[in-house]
Design a protein around this ligand. Sequence first.
Ligand code: SAM
Length: 255
Amino acid sequence: MITEDSLIYLFLDARRNYMVNVGQGTFHTDKGTMDLKQLVGKPWGTAVETNLGVKYFALKPTLHDLCMRVSRQTQIIYPKDGAQILVKSGIGPDSRIIECGGGSAAMTTLMAHFIGPKGRIFVYERDEKFMKNAAKNLTRYGLIDRVEFKNREITPEAEFDETEIDFCMLDSGSPWDLIPAAHKALKGGHRLATICPNAEQMNKFAVTLEEMNYVCVECMELIVREWLARKTKGTRPVQHMASHTGFLVFGTKTV
Ligand SMILES: C[S@@+](CC[C@H](N)C(=O)[O-])C[C@H]1O[C@@H](n2cnc3c(N)ncnc32)[C@H](O)[C@@H]1O
């Protein structure tokens, strides 16, 4: 059921869709105005009509929606990459994670969902403005209690505050420089990962991991091509796609 506290994905079509709080009441669109409070007590999927008679549907946001709708002040990790990171990270309920480079908290949102209320993500972010925006996004999504922010730059000489960490995600410039700090914090047999835009960076990160006796070192790029499935106009790939988001590298610590 939709409540006054619900965050809803208000959907008309591929161009007109919004992430809104029911509690905000009135919502204006180019197709008219609606009162979101009429949705309270109704099932997910209910249509809400604007004063111009256009019906929007109140949908339950998916993790994909949440990730794509963070208020963005930085580049983000896209859901296709974030999903792969989740399944290869080894994280689950109660995991303790270090994330260096909080950015806009798109990746934090995905991980916070999976670790549950007793898990913890220690997010290091050097830019206070980005950190505050990331915290705002997580508060809106009801996930802030699972996250501890640290407004710090991790340099090659620095260390993370935590030890016995289950997974370490490095999404910052020159991530290979931070491998020694991540190594100290990480439990044996557990994984660390990075995402980087260039193949040379991917190579440098992977080679550094191998030199430090990491195993299961994997490098990859994920390409998702969406298709249009239409009754009359034919079936074909969509015209535009995100052609390159980044390269992922994973490795597992040995002791
Ligand atoms: C690409 S953004 C991260 C995006 C984030 N993963 C997301 O999905 O929203 C990189 C962030 O790392 C931060 N950063 C870069 N180097 C850092 C370092 N050495 N220590 C802490 N933060 C760093 C930047 O300020 C920036 O916000």
